[in-house]
Design a protein around this ligand. Structure first.
Ligand code: GTP
Ligand code: MG
Length: 442
């Protein structure tokens, strides 16, 4: 299971850049470094050396190189890093030389995988590293950093401890039947298992995790010409959508990504909602309706300088149960609509920019708390929900007066499922100690 070969890969992003770093990990790291870099060095650990990468008499690049001797390295193996000039050529030629010298090209994530296999980080931290690399926005990065700090591990460990204490409670009932009856123990087990199941479910916030990771979906909608595309451009601070005074300008859904308070928000501009005869526009309207249905927040836009039309009233009805913000646009013009007639509307002008900052704050509020639940990884949430289901099965078994063993099997299963989140096994000895006592009672 422990890797014994030596892997190498470009550790920095490919393409143009100040420097490119080639990373090597494995038992041959030092030998490869010595073979490639001249002049010869003593290769003291954790020390940068200046030299040239030379292979078969050809100088590939001028470089800096460092050796991290095991176990004080990222993977806990010997690791070498060669810092080259940016751009692909130098790094590629150094990598080819390393392959010829016997190193293997690393698989995606393989350095971090080795860090896990060698016990430097647990599984949830390994995933956090991956997350941090691909984090978009401060919110997602914060969730990843918290996980990297071991927030997930700590949370799971506490849950495992609570489970173990439930199990020892059941064991006590078997060992000392004169002190605690099985009915009492079952009642306690049932309450404890349900409480822990609720706690695990509460730690999963799929919607929040999706928003932190992929951004909040905000959709602009309204009848033609109210100024949806103008609002998209104002929010995105660029001319993303075409604006004209011709009703029915926008047909396709147009998206722009913006950052509001560290939260990524994907704003979609849609076709003006009306019953048209133009077949293209009809398709646009049906796409608009789909976008509205999938939105985290609907921005229902109205032109405050015009009386409400039937289409406006229809939109107010259609979105009344959706998470929405009523936007009264064109406030730079003489008002016909009165803000008091609407449910806390945002009064704005896409042309002068008035009210746009306040509207942004209200949009961001729909993403409040996103990514701040204990678990944010899809895999973790799936396992936590699975463990919660096993706990509920145990509680149901207790409530139904089933034999002890049934509830215990479910609890054991929950424990195993939680262990898969961090990838480490619960202390086997402790488990043996607890479960051996159940046999006695049989
Ligand atoms: N004075 C003023 N004019 C605006 C404002 N917002 C939009 N307009 C004008 O209203 C007209 C329609 O704007 P658009 O942004 O194209 O409207 P839309 O809702 O996207 O229209 P469709 O794509 O046809 O559904 C354009 O002439 C804009 O310049 C505003 O806040 N104030
Ligand atoms: Mg438009």
């Amino acid at each position: 299971m422990q890797p014994t070969d030596t892997i190498c890969a470009l550790a920095t992003a490919p393409g143009e850049g100040g420097i490119a770093i080639v990373r090597v990990s494995g038992p041959e790291a030092e030998t490869l470094l010595a073979a490639l870099i001249s002049p010869a060095h003593g290769w003291e650990s954790h020390r940068m050396y200046y030299g040239h990468a030379v292979f078969q008499g050809e100088t590939l690049d001028e470089c800096m190189a460092v050796l991290f001797r095991a176990p004080r390295s990222y993977t806990r193996e010997d690791v070498a890093e060669i810092h080259l000039h940016g751009g692909d050529w130098a790094a590629q030629s150094v990598l080819s030389a390393l392959y010829r010298l016997g190193a293997r090209a690393a698989e995606p994530g393989e350095f971090t995988r080795r860090a896990f296999l060698n016990g430097r980080i647990d599984l949830s931290r390994a995933e956090a590293v991956m997350d941090l690399i691909s984090a978009e926005g401060k919110r997602a990065a914060r969730a990843a950093v918290r996980q990297l700090d071991g927030g997930v591990s700590a949370f799971i460990r506490t849950a495992q401890e609570e489970l173990l204490s439930l199990l020892s409670g059941a064991a006590a009932a078997i060992d000392y039947p004169e002190e605690i009856t099985w009915e009492e123990a079952a009642a306690r087990l049932e309450t404890g298992a349900r409480a822990l199941a609720d706690k695990l479910d509460a730690a999963c916030d799929e919607r929040g995790a999706r928003i932190a990771r992929h951004g909040l979906e905000a959709v602009l909608c309204g009848r033609p010409n109210v100024g949806k595309s103008s609002l998209l451009n104002a929010l995105a601070r660029q001319e993303a959508a075409i604006v004209t005074d011709i009703p029915g300008t926008t047909r396709d859904v147009i998206r722009a990504d913006v950052m509001i308070d560290g939260l990524r928000v994907r704003i979609s501009d849609t076709a003006g909602l009306r019953e048209g005869s133009d077949p293209i526009e009809r398709i646009g309207v049906s796409r608009a309706r789909r976008a509205i249905a999938g939105a985290d927040v609907v921005l229902a836009v109205f032109d405050s300088s015009h009386p409400l039309t039937d289409e406006d009233r229809q939109l107010l009805r259609d979105t009344q149960d959706a998470p929405r913000i009523i936007v009264l646009n064109q406030c730079d013009r003489e008002a016909v609509l009165s803000p008091g007639d609407f449910d806390s509307p945002a009064v704005v002008s896409a042309v002068t920019g008035e009210g746009i900052a306040a509207l942004e704050k209200r949009i961001a509020a729909f993403g409040a708390g996103a990514g701040e639940s204990e678990l944010t990884q899809e895999r973790h949430m799936r396992l936590a929900r699975q463990a919660a289901a096993s706990l509920r099965a145990a509680a149901d078994a207790c409530a139904a007066g089933e034999p002890v063993d049934l509830a215990v099997i479910d609890l054991q299963e929950a424990l195993g499922t939680l262990g898969r989140i961090t990838g480490d096994r619960v202390d086997e000895q402790l488990l043996d100690e607890i479960f051996s006592r159940f046999c006695v009672g049989k």
